[in-house]
Every structure is written in structure tokens, then in C-alpha cells.
Design a protein around this ligand. Sequence first.
Ligand SMILES: C[S@@+](CC[C@H](N)C(=O)[O-])C[C@H]1O[C@@H](n2cnc3c(N)ncnc32)[C@H](O)[C@@H]1O
Length: 203
Amino acid sequence: MPSSSGRTPIASPPPSTSISPAAGQSAAVDICCGAGRGAVVIALARPDADVHAVDINDAALRLTAVNAALAGATRVRQRRSDLLSTLDGGFDLIVGNPPYLLDRGKRVYRHGGGGLGECLAKLSPTWPAIVLAPGGALLLYTGSAVVDGVHRFRAAVMPKLQEDRLEAIEVELDPDVFGEELLEPAYAEADRIAAVLVTARRP
Ligand SMILES: C[S@@+](CC[C@H](N)C(=O)[O-])C[C@H]1O[C@@H](n2cnc3c(N)ncnc32)[C@H](O)[C@@H]1O
């Protein structure tokens, strides 16, 4: 219902419950959706699909609702979730842009945790395999600190995806992002931070 200002209020997201796609329905999820651009792009490209947008931050979910409404992406549904933890199986597409920096203030939109920010992007190794439908794909855009030439994220995550029999590849999109972070003491050992894209498919 419109408020006295004439604007339609944006409701708070519902609490976490498990999310499963309806049988026979194409479904996608944008994890760490932030302001929801991944979910909105998918919903506009595939108006027949159920599109879920999940984030741990309610303010981000409200922004997603606003952006979906403005874009006319009526099938985007936003829900609070810690990464993939509330998702049941059956998703055809998972996209995500988890935070990957080691933020001194631990701000939720950018703090990845772990040794060098890679903790969130590691996900739980078994989740993508469980949550993806056969033939489904995971697209993860994230960052990887490189120490002595070794990609921390690649070393941590790729063997696990492969163990789970996902066909996974990782490419470096940009060799050097957030270069100023390297001045932080926490990054003293790091050569650089690379932006990477992981693509995995469940056969
Ligand atoms: C880099 S931003 C994503 C921005 C988004 N791609 C966009 O276009 O607006 C990272 C997001 O991850 C969310 N986040 C952080 N920790 C999370 C967690 N454990 N589970 C789900 N989302 C999380 C943050 O709230 C933030 O919205």
C-alpha cells in the first residue's frame, strides 16, 4: 500500500527458510546479491524463471527489491541467507560476487574473512554440488590474493569443486585490483590481488 509520501514502502525481507525451486521450473539464485544487479539481469533475460536474490544484509535485500521493481523484474524474490545455506537443490544457475578483501573494520559488504579475504568465496565446498541441478552452472566472480605466485583462492577452492565432480575452470579477469589494500599490514606477504571468475558445471 502506498505510504503518505505516495511511495510504495519496501517490506523487510522474510526470515531465512529453505528455498527450493518449484518442480519443472527454471530457477536461478544470486548469492551475496548486494543491490541485486545479477538477479535483475537474469530475471530480465529469462522472464519465465524463478530468480532468488540472497544476502546476509537486510539493507542490501531492500535495495534489491527497489532495483527489481524499477527494472520491472517481477520474478525476483529476495531472502536473507548466509551464502547457500538456506538453498535446497535444483538450481539451474548460481551467480555470486562474495566479498573477498580483508577489511580492517570487518564491514560486511567487503570483508571476506579467512587468511587473506578468501574465506567467504570458498563457500562450503559441498554446497554448489548439492544446490545445482544436473546441467546447472555456477558463476562466481571474486578476488584472489596472490602470494609467492600462488592464487590463494584457486588453491583452496578448485580441487574441492573437482572432487565434487563439477567441471570447473577459473580465469583471471584482472591481475591487479584494489592495489591500495596491499599497503595494509595484513597484505604484507601478498604480491597482488587478482579478480577471478570461476565457472563450474554439474554434469
Ligand atoms: C561485493 S558485494 C556484492 C555486490 C553485488 N554484486 C552488486 O552488484 O550490488 C558483497 C555482498 O555480499 C554480502 N555478504 C557478505 N557476507 C555474506 C554471507 N555470509 N552470506 C550472504 N551474503 C553475504 C554483503 O552483504 C554484500 O551485499
